[in-house]
Design a protein around this ligand. Structure first.
Ligand SMILES: Nc1ncnc2c1ncn2[C@@H]1O[C@H](COP(=O)(O)OP(=O)(O)O)[C@@H](O)[C@H]1O
Ligand SMILES: [Mg+2]
Length: 450
């Protein structure tokens, strides 16, 4: 019952009601106009018939002849349909002799049961000398016309209005059931169930399904951001424990020394604290990127970005004995956030500088596929064994041999987070020798950048 009441209040129903009212108004107007035109035409036709009759009867112009002709005609005519009458100097002749209201062309109701005259007639009179000649005809044609119009009204206007109303009701019921689905999902989301999604809405893709898709996207983004927040809390709780414990041990050792902690103890503790702070920052940054608001995407020229980064890192690369090479032939433009993409490239470059011994490091970019692009950082170091290539993307995961190099195992996780926001992918391959880290950007149509 409430569903029907809701349907009645639904926008489509209200629109339908307005449409039906408009339809009825327009139809009534055109119907009335047609009716008026038709009865005017009928009246004209009747008038000319009556006129012709009058002319024929009055042809001689002599009252006596006219009286004769009228008497003759009245004898043959059926008074129910036709009236003939002459009020002449010698008295009144005709098939109706009762009272007759005066006038030229008029509709009158006559009743003379004895003469067989009964009903409504259209009468036309004309003056001839002293007398008045009158002819009349029943209004059956008008009654028929009225009947036809009544039928037209009944069989077209009313069914159309009813059908329109029924159609509006069906559409309204459907839209309320779709709205109800949206409302239920919104209520679940508001109640904290971020996994709530709209069931597939029945019917074609329209504004409602677009709103539904928007709600789903919003819920997915919200869910991702809450999940990222949970993840970072867990990461911080778990992964910062070890360095904090290490710090505690260092401090204990220092304190346990009979001569008291020395400078080296403080230095190690300070290193450890800095390391903890850096890890903390990196974890938060990854969480921000994974769960953040939508990216401010703009065209980014990768070749230009690589050139800028190479220029910036030239001095520190030279210091560690690395030679930066650029492998760029043409501008390569992708849609993305320049700052984040720059951060990803820097992380890959820093890995090459930290984890590979002195040697060449290549930064390259090229277009690939239809409108896709790729970018790579390749070194000649020890590379990453095939079995470890997935694991190094995990947070805080480092190869055993890298334990002594500076870092916290979050560089590649950050790269992965940035790329996933760009709908891009990181591929680690063997550079024979060394590591080749390639970022694949899908063409804008296929990219899922968010
Ligand atoms: N270019 C590279 N050559 C060799 N090993 C690498 C290279 N890049 C990354 N790795 C390995 O992957 C691990 C994870 O890298 P990353 O997430 O950047 O952390 P971090 O550099 O802080 O150790 C590194 O510890 C290292 O063992
Ligand atoms: Mg790194």
């Amino acid at each position: 019952m409430t569903r029907w009441r809701e349907a009645l209040r639904a926008t489509p129903m209200r629109l339908t009601l307005r449409l039906v009212a408009l339809y009825i108004l327009i139809s009534a107007l055109s119907f009335l106009t047609t009716w008026w035109l038709a009865s005017e035409a009928l009246l004209d036709a009747s008038e000319s018939v009556l006129e012709q009759e009058l002319e024929e009867l009055a042809a001689s112009g002599d009252p006596a002849d006219i009286a004769l002709a009228v008497a003759e005609g009245a004898r043959k005519a059926d008074p129910e349909h036709q009236i003939l009458r002459f009020d002449g100097p010698q008295g009144t002749v005709g098939n109706y002799l009762g009272p007759l209201p005066a006038g030229d062309l008029r509709q009158v109701d006559l009743s003379d049961k004895a003469a067989g005259v009964e009903g409504s007639y259209i009468m036309r009179s004309t003056r001839i000398g002293e007398g008045v000649l009158t002819v009349g005809q029943d209004t059956d044609a008008f009654d028929e016309l009225r009947e036809v119009f009544g039928k037209v009204l009944f069989f077209t206007l009313i069914p159309t209005a009813v059908l329109l109303l029924a159609g509006g009701m069906v559409i309204a019921l459907r839209s309320t059931s779709r709205l109800a689905a949206i409302e239920t999902t919104l209520a679940r989301l508001a109640g904290g169930d971020l996994t709530a999604r709209l069931p597939k809405l029945p019917g074609p893709r329209d504004d409602l399904s677009r709103v539904g898709a928007g709600i789903d996207r919003l819920a997915a983004a919200q869910e991702a951001s809450v999940a990222a927040l949970k993840q970072v809390s867990t990461d911080i709780a778990h992964d910062l424990r070890t360095p904090i414990q290490r710090l505690a041990v260092l401090l204990d050792q220092g304190l346990a020394r009979p001569e008291g902690p020395d400078r080296r103890d403080f230095e190690s503790a300070s290193d450890e604290v800095q390391n903890i702070a850096a890890t903390f920052d990196a974890l938060l940054r990854i969480a921000q990127i994974e769960g953040g608001a939508s990216l401010p995407v703009a065209p980014v020229d990768l070749s230009e970005l690589l050139r800028d980064i190479a220029e910036l890192y030239e001095p520190s690369a030279a210091e560690t004995g690395h030679e930066l090479r650029l492998d760029i032939t043409a501008p390569v433009v992708v849609q993305g956030d320049r700052r984040l993409l720059g951060q990803a490239i820097v992380n890959l470059l820093e890995n090459a500088l930290h984890h590979a011994p002195p040697g060449p490091v290549t930064l390259g970019a090229a277009r690939s596929g239809v409108a896709g692009a790729s970018l790579w950082v390749a070194d000649h170091g020890p590379g990453i064994p095939g079995s470890e290539r997935d694991r190094v993307l995990r947070r805080l995961y480092r190869l055993d041999r890298s334990r002594q190099t500076p870092g916290n195992g979050l560089g590649l996780s950050l790269v992965a987070a940035i790329l996933s926001r760009h709908g891009a992918e990181l591929e680690l391959t063997d550079n024979a020798p060394g590591l080749r880290a390639t970022i694949h950007f899908a063409s804008p149509e296929n990219s899922h950048a968010s």
